[in-house]
Design a protein around this ligand. Structure first.
Ligand code: PLP
Length: 413
C-alpha cells in the first residue's frame, strides 16, 4: 500500500520524470531494509547490491560496528556544539592522517563529496594565492558550482553557465597536455586517480606521478579527488597509493562514513593548510564534523583494518574482473573492454543502448548495477568489499545471461 503512495509522492513532490524512469527500469518498489550486500524491498524481494551506492558501501550496508559507534554518539552527543572540543572529530582526523599518504595531516570535515572538492579548491587558492585550476576532460567532481566547474562534462555544465573562471580542462592521461596547461597562475591540478563517473578510466602508469612532478615544478598543488576511489575501493586505501603519489590536498567522502553516515573530508599537508591555520574561520560548516558522522568514520577505518578489507577487496575485485573478462571474450559484439582496479570495475559496451538494457535485465535478476554518470556506454560494478566469492559467482552467471540476451538483439539497439 505505501509503495504506490511513495511513488505517487515522488511524482507529485520530488520529480515526475525521475519516477517514470525508475518505473521504466522495473524499479517499482521501495527499499525497506539492507544488510551486507543485500537490499530488501517493500515486497520482501532481495537484491544483490553491485552498485554499492555509487561506491559508498565499501563495508556493505549497516555494518554492525559502525551502527554501534553511531548509536553511542546518538545517545550522548550527536551534533557538535561547535564551541567545545569534539573527540570524535579529533579521532577521525588522526586516523585519516595515519592512512593517507605523505605529509597529508590536517582535516576539515564536510557532509558530501562535492563539498570536499569545493573545500580543496578554496584551500588551494588560499595557500598559493593563485587563481587558476587545471582539471581533466570527462572528470566528475560533483555538482555544486566550484566542483561543477572542475567537472569535465558539458551536459551538466552548460545549463548553469557562467561557472567559475580560471579553469582549463585537458585530456585525462596525457601528461604532456597537463604540463602545457600548468603555469605560474595555476593554484592546483585536480584529478581523480581513476575517473569514476567518466567510465572507470584507469590512467596510463606513471601519469599521476608525472602530474605531481609537474605541479611541484610550477609551484602548483595537486588535489587528488578520492571521493570514489578512496577508502579501499581500488584495493589500497587511496587510488594514488598505486603509484606512491603524495598529493597536497585530498577530497574524501562516500565510503568514509562506513555506509551509515554522510561525511566528507578535505585533507591537506601543513604547507597547503597554511592559510587556514592563519585564519581558521575562513571555511566553516554547521553540520561538518558532527559526532554521528565522525564516529562512523572512525569505526569504518577500524573495521577496514580489523577485517583486512584492503586485501579482501583487492582479491574479490580481481576475481570479479577475471570473470567479467571471460564474458567479454565470449560476447565481443556487446562488450569491448573490462577495466578497473579492486572493486571498481567498468564494462565498456559496444553501444550506448546496451547499457540501459543490461541494467534492466540485471534488475530483473535482482542484481543492482548502473551505468556511469558521464558515460552511459559503461556499466559499472562497485560491490561492497566484503562480497564473498559465491555471491560473485552468482552475479557473473546472471551477467553472462543478460549479456547473451543483449547479444541476440544488439543489432537493433
Ligand atoms: N568526486 C568524485 C570523484 C565523485 O565520484 C563524486 C560522486 O560521484 C563526487 C566528487 C561528488 O560527490 P557527492 O555526490 O557526494 O557530492
Amino acid at each position: 500500500m505505501y509503495v504506490e503512495e511513495t511513488i505517487n509522492k515522488y511524482e507529485k513532490y520530488i520529480n515526475p520524470a525521475q519516477a517514470k524512469l525508475f518505473r521504466f527500469m522495473g524499479l517499482d518498489s521501495v527499499e525497506a531494509e539492507a544488510s551486507g550486500w543485500i537490499i530488501k524491498d517493500s515486497n520482501g524481494k532481495e537484491f544483490i547490491d553491485c552498485l554499492g551506492g555509487y561506491g559508498m558501501f565499501a563495508l556493505g550496508h549497516r555494518h554492525p560496528k559502525v551502527v554501534e559507534a553511531v548509536e553511542q554518539a546518538l545517545h550522548t552527543m550527536p551534533m557538535c556544539g561547535k564551541v567545545l572540543f569534539n573527540r570524535q572529530m579529533a579521532d577521525l582526523a588522526e586516523a585519516l592522517a595515519d592512512i593517507t599518504p605523505g605529509a597529508l595531516q590536517y582535516s576539515f570535515f564536510v557532509n558530501s563529496g562535492t563539498e570536499a572538492v569545493e573545500g580543496c579548491l578554496k584551500v588551494a587558492r588560499l595557500a598559493t594565492k593563485r587563481t587558476n585550476f587545471v582539471a581533466a576532460k570527462n572528470a566528475f567532481h560533483g555538482k555544486t558550482m566550484g566542483s561543477l566547474t572542475a567537472t569535465g562534462r558539458d551536459l551538466y555544465r552548460d545549463p548553469f553557465k557562467p561557472l567559475l573562471s580560471g579553469f582549463t580542462h585537458v585530456e585525462y592521461g596525457d601528461a604532456d597536455a597537463l604540463a602545457a596547461a600548468v603555469d605560474e597562475n595555476t593554484a592546483a591540478v585536480i584529478l581523480e586517480p581513476i575517473q569514476g563517473e567518466g567510465g572507470i578510466i584507469v590512467p596510463p602508469a606513471g601519469y599521476l606521478a608525472k602530474a605531481k612532478e609537474i605541479c611541484q615544478a610550477k609551484g602548483a598543488l595537486l588535489i587528488a579527488d578520492e571521493v570514489q576511489t578512496g577508502m579501499g575501493r581500488t584495493g589500497k586505501w587511496f587510488g594514488v597509493d598505486h603509484e606512491g603519489v603524495e598529493p597536497d590536498l585530498m577530497a574524501c567522502a562516500k565510503a568514509l562514513g562506513g555506509g551509515v553516515m554522510p561525511i566528507g573530508a578535505i585533507i591537506g599537508t601543513p604547507d597547503a593548510w597554511k592559510g587556514l591555520i592563519e585564519a581558521p574561520f575562513l571555511h566553516t560548516s554547521t553540520f561538518g564534523g558532527n559526532q554521528l558522522a565522525c564516529a562512523a568514520g572512525v569505526a569504518a577505518i577500524k573495521v577496514m583494518k580489523e577485517e583486512n578489507l584492503l586485501e579482501r577487496g583487492s582479491e574479490a575485485g580481481a576475481y570479479l574482473k577475471a570473470g567479467l573478462e571471460k564474458i567479454a571474450a565470449e560476447f565481443p559484439s556487446v562488450i569491448t573492454e573490462v577495466r578497473g582496479r579492486g572493486m571498481m570495475i567498468g564494462i565498456e559496451l559496444t553501444k550506448e543502448g546496451a547499457g540501459g538494457m543490461l541494467m534492466s535485465l540485471m534488475i530483473m535478476k535482482n542484481i543492482i548495477v548502473a551505468y556511469t554518470l558521464n558515460n552511459p556506454k559503461v556499466i559499472r560494478m562497485e560491490p561492497p568489499l566484503i562480497m564473498p566469492k559465491e555471491v560473485i559467482d552468482h552475479v557473473l552467471e546472471a551477467f553472462r545471461d543478460a549479456v547473451a540476451q543483449t547479444a541476440d538483439v544488439i543489432e537493433d539497439l
